[in-house]
Design a protein around this ligand. Structure first.
Ligand SMILES: [Zn+2]
Length: 225
């Protein structure tokens, strides 16, 4: 393979797809790093370190994750809107700029030694999120959970409402029949709850090829009158 003499590349546009990152790193030997930039407050506001698990927040900004409906700060792990206030700009001010991007943060210690809080990634735009029992659920996050289960070919979640309660059901296509479905169901439910913070109300398994081919990960069946 030709050596282009590039050992490191930074990405600041759309988040890098895991498959593209894998190709760049494994096939081309290019070490990739992502940064999250927002033009209005001044550019890059978070960046990846060598652990590549989340993006450290930069000191030049106050970065909050808030409920877009009321602007209140959310806890670690909860998905909300990224809101940015630059604090070192001496020429102009911008207070609590709403980016429209969805993310969550973590306070877990990072192996790199930096102590700043990290964004877990950019999960999509506000309009793409579905609210289930008060929590935002985004397709990207759901897909990352499903991808961990090699026994599953494809999955879809359906959100419905019974009375005043949102109900969320998972339908999963399984790759082969002789699977311990009870065990898989329990593992999937646990993992889903720990990542998306919402417990699925039901999980059903169907043969491969059953789910619609429309590529929708989340189907919201609720009617808003
Ligand atoms: Zn780090």
């Amino acid at each position: 393979m030709q050596d282009f003499n590039i050992k490191r590349a930074w990405f600041t546009g759309e988040m890098l797809a895991p498959s593209v990152r894998k190709t760049l790193e494994e096939n081309y030997n290019i070490d990739t790093y992502q940064a999250y930039a927002v033009t209005e407050p001044g550019g890059a506001i978070a960046y990846e370190c060598s652990s590549k698990k989340g993006l450290h927040l930069m000191d030049e900004y106050i970065i909050e994750i808030v409920n877009p409906e009321n602007g209140k700060q959310l806890e670690a792990g909860e998905i909300g809107e990224v809101v940015v206030t630059p604090v070192h700009n001496s020429t102009w001010g911008l207070i609590r700029f709403g980016t429209g991007d969805l993310s969550s943060y973590t306070d877990e210690p990072c192996p790199c030694g930096r102590t700043s809080r990290k964004l877990t990634g950019i999960l999509g735009r506000i309009g793409e999120a579905v609210k289930v029992r008060g929590m935002f659920v985004v397709a990207k996050q759901v897909e990352s959970v499903f991808a961990e289960f090699k026994q599953l070919a494809k999955c879809q979640i359906t959100v419905n409402r019974t009375g005043q309660r949102d109900e969320m059901a998972i339908t999963a296509e399984i790759c082969y029949e002789n699977i311990d479905k009870d065990k898989l169901s329990e593992e999937l439910s646990k993992r889903f709850q720990s990542v998306c913070l919402v417990r699925p109300d039901g999980i059903s398994f169907v043969p491969s090829g059953t789910l619609p081919q429309d590529g929708k990960t989340i189907v919201d069946m609720r009617k808003w009158e």
